[in-house]
Design a protein around this ligand. Structure first.
Ligand code: ATP
Ligand code: MN
Ligand code: MN
Length: 298
């Protein structure tokens, strides 16, 4: 667990002036993962994580008393929030948007008790033009995790046929997230329509395995191909974010061959040796945004 992370003296790759109050406070009490452990995790992954969280609208899951206590899903600032967590106004509706500019920003989130960082699939400079598509695979209870991996691989094959770059991460929960990097060009409606059509095509090809309908009933024994993450203002957990879940897992970018070999969605607990070993390998998402092309409808 976290003790192994502490034993690794190379933990900090990023520095911050943010001082944690109660660094020893256990945010995941069962796993003995403290606020300091969480900050150390972000310092370690920061070179990989930065391009996915800086200057993007955020939603935050806060659990100031640890994941067993009260939780808040928060999109706006609240009193006492550090100014290292930046604010802007959504020009379309005047709603406040939170974002971070640098490692101090994520350190401020940790200090604030944030246990999950969620992102929009766009940057604050191009709020109307997503730079990624996400397929969030949500299995019904009882669906074998192997079938969820097969679904991810199925999606990969179909995206390959369309010559769309594709990458995969564990959710840290029950599923996987398949991402398509985009050069910002299409708007939210176009991207969401594309994702919806794609999910419906999967359902039509294998109605026993997949559904493109959110309802619990449609999902019975199936995997919901959640395309709804692609709407304006919708969020997905950020790569490398911790999860407010049992196991203190993180959402981890992996390679397709690693997935094929049988990685569980919750395979990477924060500070665990499995996670540290994964982070010693080459960064599988390094060229994420270089791979993006504009989405062509046709
Ligand atoms: P799993 O693999 O277990 O499905 P997940 O992160 O994909 O993990 P989902 O339930 O599929 O979990 O996704 C929930 C999504 O809904 C998140 O991406 C999050 O950004 C968004 N969301 C919207 N409102 C909330 C809320 N109140 N609490 C948590 N998530 C929320
Ligand atoms: Mn999901
Ligand atoms: Mn979902």
């Amino acid at each position: 667990g976290a003790a192994e992370a502490k034993a690794a003296p190379n933990a900090a790759s990023a520095k911050t002036s943010v001082k944690l109050s109660h660094p020893e406070k256990l945010l995941w009490p069962d796993e003995k993962v403290s606020k300091q452990d969480l900050l150390d995790h972000y310092a370690l992954v920061w070179p990989r994580m930065e391009q996915f969280v800086v200057n993007r609208p955020l939603s935050l899951v806060r659990a100031p008393d640890g994941i067993g206590g009260q939780r808040f899903f928060q999109k706006h600032a609240s009193p006492g929030m550090s100014d290292k967590i930046a604010r802007m106004k959504d020009p379309t509706d005047g709603e406040e948007i939170l974002y971070i500019k640098d490692f101090d920003g994520i350190a401020a989130l940790v200090q604030y008790g944030v246990v999950e960082v969620h992102i929009w699939g766009c940057t604050i400079d191009a709020l109307e033009k997503p730079d990624q598509i996400i397929f969030d695979l949500d299995p019904d209870e009882g669906v074998d995790v192997k079938a969820v991996r097969e679904a991810a691989l199925d999606i990969r094959g179909k995206l390959d046929e369309l010559s769309l770059a594709n990458l995969v991460k564990t959710s840290g929960g029950k599923g996987y997230h398949v991402l398509v990097p985009l050069k910002p060009s299409a708007d939210w409606d176009e991207v969401k329509d594309f994702a919806h059509d794609f999910a419906r095509a999967l359902e039509q090809a294998s109605p026993d395995r997949y559904t493109a309908t959110l309802s619990k009933k449609a999902r019975t024994g199936r995997i919901f191909v959640d395309y709804l993450r692609n709407g304006r203002g919708s969020t997905t957990v950020a790569p490398y974010s911790s999860r407010a879940k049992k196991g203190a897992t993180v959402s981890m970018p992996v390679t397709w061959p690693e997935l094929e070999k049988g990685l569980a969605p919750n395979a990477f607990p924060l500070g665990d040796s499995t996670t540290l070993d994964q982070l010693k390998k080459a960064d599988p998402w390094k060229d994420f945004f270089k791979l993006g092309k504009p989405l062509q409808r046709g």
